[in-house]
Design a protein. Structure first.
Length: 59
């Protein structure tokens, strides 16, 4: 039996919900910032409301 217990997790920049690694993100996991297409589309509407500690430049 295969258990998915130790998958990496991140917090979505828009909805602040945790989301886990997906196989389709295997090559670009470091670049993934949003949990869904909906959140990615809504990120432009939020503008500067995204917390600065989540920005890519602060790494």
């Amino acid at each position: 039996m295969h258990k998915k217990l130790k998958l990496p997790k991140k917090i979505c920049l828009v909805c602040h919900r945790p989301f886990e690694w997906r196989k389709k993100w295997s090559k670009c996991w470091d670049d993934v910032l949003y949990c869904s297409k909906r959140c990615r589309n809504n990120s432009s509407k939020l503008g500067s409301k995204i917390h600065p500690s989540f920005s890519k430049e602060s790494k």
